[in-house]
Design a protein around this ligand. Sequence first.
Ligand code: PLP
Length: 379
Amino acid sequence: MIYLDSAATTAVRREVIEAMWPYLTAEFGNPSSHHSLGEAAAQALKAARATIAQLLGCRASEIIFTSGGTEADNLAIKGIALAAPRCRHIVTSTIEHEAVLESCGYLHRHHGFEITYLPVDRQGLISLEHAAAAIRPDTTLCSIMLANNEVGTIQPIQELAGIAHAAGVPIHTDAVQAAGALDLNIGNLGVDALSLSGHKFGAPKGTGLLYLRGRLTIEPVLHGGGQERGRRSGTESVAGAVALAKAFQMAETSRLESAQRLSKLRDDFIAAVLSFVPSAILTGDSVKRLPGSASFCFPETSGEAVLLYLEEHEIICSSGSACAAGADRPSHVLLAMGLEPAIAQTAVRFTLSESTTAEELSRVALTIRDAIHSLTRSK
Ligand code: PLP
């Protein structure tokens, strides 16, 4: 099987399983317990937090462990917005993940917030001028993703952070797809909040974090025992935090080399697909895109039919985001980029991993050619 759906999820790395194993077995303590088993768990949690903080270039106290990217996005958006309820305006974009869009939708429906959705161009890029114009005196947060999960387009977050800060507005970025691919140093990005999800880079599903700049206050989404400095109640998953730290460390260690290798593989793959299938449309920016992301529309087919054909040939990919896949409505991202609904329905996304090889991609490109040939002939 050739797996080209890393943006949906990744396998847990062996080293990560080894690192977390003790905290699922002998060292199973609750980090809030005041006995030796609890203290060992608290130490492991502290070490995991310190490792991640060092990799992100922030303080350990600024890391909040969550159950994944969705929770981190919810906590950032609802948490920041509800902590300053007199400012009731949020700036986001039309191509965000549902975790961001639905959090904003909730604030609009139940708390009267106004949401400005920045448009994107054909490549999926927001404009800095639009962003600057959208910020108002009552804007409480700007939330723009670092890289898109469907088309891989990378947004100019550093510049956006400058614009938001000049207006005194904090900025959150959903960096779920960027871990292991882009520089996530907080100082370099200049963001005030950043979401990560462990299962996108070799940690188990159900792990993630929110970086939150120290001086920002948030209203918790989960209330209870006051863990994570009162910002996210619930007994921490010690094994999950240890796994997240180990996986992030490994992803960061290989990031530059991996990004270089994958960008080359991706570009060769895109060139092969476009030459085999002249009608194919590359979606997303051809340069400002994630190293391992290649996404296309294949007019005159359906994305689902292409997926089925590829799966019959032992190639696993996706028709868009895992959440939107299977839904019969076209992707909101592709529609926002100006694609016709009929074309957007034909989307297929290939996302590479560290184990992807040039030989595999050559086979996939040839199989895509056969798929499109067979599907358009049988129409
Ligand atoms: N944000 C983006 C950009 C994503 O791609 C995903 C998952 O696909 C999420 C958020 C949600 O993360 P999780 O699956 O950890 O809840």
